[in-house]
Ligand binder design. Structure first.
Ligand SMILES: *[C@@H]1O[C@H](CO)[C@@H](O)[C@H](O)[C@H]1NC(C)=O
Length: 245
């Protein structure tokens, strides 16, 4: 099992299996916005994002990935989280980007979060599917995963597949397979649409709102531009050499 990435000569690209041994958030991610609202602590084992009236916050992976399995444990904003959205997604860059999204739409205390999923290919989304979770995602950490191969993208919650996006190229639907993606997450205010379609607003007296992350694992083909392990970004052979499981 796993990804088989052959060494090859023309392009200095190294496919690596970043197996288990979940490193540290310091090593794998950059805090990208929100100043002190994004934090890494417990020696790199825990990350938190928070949102207050002034700003939300976010982070992104240092590496880009092309196929593989990516796991992260999240514990979402507890209590009255109405109006807040915690987005956790993979995305490439540019106007024809690909994207694989988990978005958690907050709610009033005791009312269920919505897990909103989407897939963008070549800059086009509109493939939303929403789910109610079978547990309270604010009480404990739960694992949210993406398995991304040439054949399909599978969204999993605690190892249970909740959505499969199949490669439909044979019927003319573009599939994400050539643009490497970074992992991103952000916590932000979206009370114009998030909760009951925007009817319930964020209660700022409850701020700051905080979500937690741990146990990141990428069993994936990575390429980190600018680092010594990878060179050219332009090889189309890259995906051919990385055969997904
Ligand atoms: C919030 O709770 C209400 C009432 O149960 C529900 O209709 C709604 O779908 C829930 N989620 C969001 C994000 O609005």
């Amino acid at each position: 099992m796993g990804l088989f990435c052959n060494g090859f000569s023309l392009f200095l690209i190294v496919c690596s299996m970043a197996v288990a041994a979940s490193g540290s958030f310091y090593q794998d991610f950059d805090l990208t916005w929100g100043d002190h609202r994004a934090k890494i602590f417990n020696g790199g084992q825990l990350l938190s994002l928070s949102l207050d009236k002034v700003s939300g916050s976010g982070f992104r992976s240092k590496k880009e990935y092309l196929f593989g399995r990516i796991d992260m444990q999240l514990k979402l904003v507890a209590g009255n989280s109405a109006g807040t959205v915690t987005a956790y997604y993979l995305s490439s860059q540019g106007p024809t980007h690909d994207e694989i999204d988990f978005e958690f739409l907050g709610n009033l205390s005791g009312d269920p979060y919505i897990l909103h999923t989407n897939v963008f290919t070549q800059g086009k989304g509109n493939r939303e599917q929403q789910f109610y979770l079978w547990f309270d995602p604010t009480r404990n950490f739960h694992t949210y995963s993406v398995i991304w191969s040439q054949q399909h993208i599978i969204f999993l919650v605690d190892n249970i597949p909740i959505r499969v996006f199949k490669n439909g190229e044979s019927i003319g639907v573009p599939f994400p397979k050539s643009q490497p993606m970074r992992i991103y997450s952000s916590l932000w205010n979206a009370d114009d649409w998030a909760t009951r379609g925007g009817l319930v607003k964020t209660d700022w007296t409850k701020a700051p709102f905080t979500a937690y992350y741990r146990n990141f694992k990428a069993d994936a083909c990575s390429w980190s531009s600018g680092s010594s392990s990878c060179g050219s970004r332009s090889s189309s052979s890259f995906s051919d050499r990385c055969m997904a499981y």
